[in-house]
Design a protein around this ligand. Structure first.
Ligand code: NAD
Ligand code: ZN
Length: 380
């Protein structure tokens, strides 16, 4: 047992005090894990656009002060009562959506929407007792999606932790804890393109490029990347994207452009933007008869999806997914093995690295749009 087990740990955390204001590195107190929880030491974390949306809180409910962060890798420090499948020293990836292994969703092969631990972006406390494990001078600081990885130590429900191969380099596989698995799974598990098919990917950030990587692995022959930022196109070639469309270059809807390019529409499309117009275009660009569109982007809280019902009658399918339909505890270790076996390349997603003390730079890189993934080293 570690010497800190059962005790409060004081450590550094990057606290978001207010919407859109730079994070502040503070000394926080992290309470011991309660029943079915684990406390983990974060070694590496990365910035995903979902963190930025909730930090800006423009299209999402504001909840502050809060410790953001959900894409990370680390080591279990101690476990709470009732945790039998994890032990101090285990290498783990925390995940924003969990797997209790008991509910109807966890028992179904089709769903990863665990009733107990599915993503809840409005909750800032642990489900066990409705309290936060973080505080500064007795004042609670809210959690974020059950992970709060912008802290040297965090407490997570044991159902939101995937135990992985200890030989896997955490500074690289930490990006499988959210964005890359999400994009990859959206293609492989949800869109399921067949060999030789045509796939459109909307949004060529890390999530969209991971979706393209999935299309490449599935043997798609045409992978059409759609983005408003032409700088993304150069990068996307490395991920198997072989045709590009910038909606700004046309004076008609991008779905019409794609229908013309493909003689009726793509077999599959995956939306990785979070913008409602992109979602509608991603649906309307699939071929009638068998086309499937998958929504991945996190929408504005007031967004409404609007498309003519005939688009559905014409035998198109619209789906959505969290975490690429992977069950975090059961499926993520195998995705890590895909990297270990060199089937999946991850290094090309990592474009920046900063020490934890400079975490705000990761937000700047994202704003300047050059970033895919920025690794934040917790020891710096
Ligand atoms: P990102 O910002 O790196 O990439 C988004 C890309 O979309 C950018 O290249 C941008 O130029 C492009 N874009 C913007 N508007 C567009 C439009 N109208 N048409 C086409 N392209 C457009 O973001 P990311 O980290 O790759 O995340 C993508 C989305 O996935 C976000 O909404 C994020 O919140 C969401 N996400 C969802 C899940 C899930 O489980 N469903 C998990 C992780 C992230
Ligand atoms: Zn469950």
């Amino acid at each position: 047992m570690s010497s800190t087990a059962g005790k409060v740990i004081k450590c550094r955390a990057a606290v978001a005090w207010e919407a859109g204001k730079p994070l502040v590195i503070e000394e926080v107190e992290v309470a011991p894990p309660q029943a079915m929880e684990v406390r983990m030491k974060i070694l590496y974390t990365a910035l995903c656009h979902t963190d930025v949306f909730f930090w800006e809180a423009k299209g999402q409910n504001p909840l502050f002060p809060r410790i953001l962060g959900h894409e990370a890798g680390g080591i279990v420090e101690s476990v709470g009562e009732g945790v039998t499948d994890l032990a101090p020293g285990d290498h783990v990836l925390p995940v924003f959506t969990g797997e209790c292994r008991e509910c109807a969703h966890c028992l179904s092969e089709e769903s990863n929407m665990c009733e107990l631990l599915r993503i809840n972006t409005d909750r800032g406390v642990m489900i066990n007792d409705g309290k936060s494990r973080f505080s500064i001078n007795g004042k609670p600081i809210y959690h974020f999606v059950g992970t709060s990885t912008f802290s040297e130590y965090t407490v997570v429900h044991s159902g939101c932790v995937a135990k992985i191969n200890p030989l896997a380099p955490l500074n690289i596989v930490c990006i499988l804890s959210c964005g890359i698995s999400t994009g990859l799974g959206a293609t492989l598990n949800v869109a399921k393109p067949t060999k030789g098919s045509t796939v459109a990917v909307f949004g060529l950030g890390a999530v969209g490029l991971a979706a393209a990587e999935g299309a490449r692995l599935a043997g798609a022959s045409r992978i059409i990347g759609v983005d408003l930022n032409p700088r993304r196109f150069h990068e996307a070639k490395k991920f198997g994207v072989n045709e590009f469309v910038n909606p700004k270059d046309y004076n008609k809807p991008v779905q019409e452009v794609i229908a013309e390019m493909t003689n009726g529409g793509v077999d599959r499309s995956i939306e990785c933007v979070g913008n409602i117009d992109a979602m509608v275009s991603a649906f309307e660009c699939v071929r009638d008869g068998w086309g499937v569109a998958v929504l991945v982007g996190v929408p504005h809280k007031d967004a409404m999806f609007k498309s003519h019902p005939v688009n559905f009658l014409n035998e198109r399918t619209l789906k959505g997914t969290f975490f690429g339909n992977y069950k975090p505890r059961s499926d993520l270790p195998a995705v890590v093995e895909m990297y270990m076996n060199k089937e999946l390349e991850l290094e090309k997603f990592i474009t920046h690295e900063v020490p934890f003390s400079e975490i705000n730079k990761a937000f700047d890189y994202m704003a300047s749009r050059g970033q895919l993934r920025c690794i934040i080293r917790m020891d710096g």
